[in-house]
Design a binder for this molecule. Sequence first.
Ligand code: COA
Length: 173
Amino acid sequence: MKTAIYPGSFDPLTNGHIDIIKRGIKLFDKIIVAILVNPAKQSLFSVDERIDILTECLKDIQGVEIDSFGGLLVDYAQQKNAHAILRGMRAVSDFEYEFQMALMNRRLNREIQTVFLMTGLRWIYTSSSIIKEAAYFGGDISGMVPPLVEKRIAEKFGNPSGNRKSNQPEGDF
Ligand code: COA
């Protein structure tokens, strides 16, 4: 059984993350999408809210499990019998941070390999923060996040009727 951990903040889940998970599950039997419990990082959604969102949005993808973790990622991976960490690589700007993290994780546990998938071109310049910022100021984020996330963000920002719609074709930039 080949298991990978796909760790992150997922505050919130975006279509870019889903793209990595859908492609990753073709390489692994099981992917554990693991939310880092990080009290130092201010988040829009609580860990429980993020677990709910991930569970609902990923329920149709066979082989995906949702969890949260604290402490060292390699320790969590070992505890879950996972031999790989899955990460999406976006623009070149991600490279140094990801490289540093992968090398540190390998130093901490040589049995666990980091596997990078190139993020889909459409999602190269997106991130949870930039999507939240656009939504906060009333921008249209449809096509960048699942509809449930769009709804939950609108509720958080007190805009339950939805945001101003963009004139771009769905998911286009
Ligand atoms: N599409 C769109 N956006 C993406 C994306 C994709 N495919 N992949 C990542 N992103 C965005 C995220 O939305 C996030 O955006 P934000 O910063 O605006 O919230 C950003 O990229 C960072 O990604 P994320 O995957 O959430 O990384 P992170 O830096 O918050 O967390 C961990 C990285 C959890 C893997 C790392 O902190 C960790 O392992 N911590 C545990 C402690 C540990 O073991 N430390 C030693 C390791 S060196």
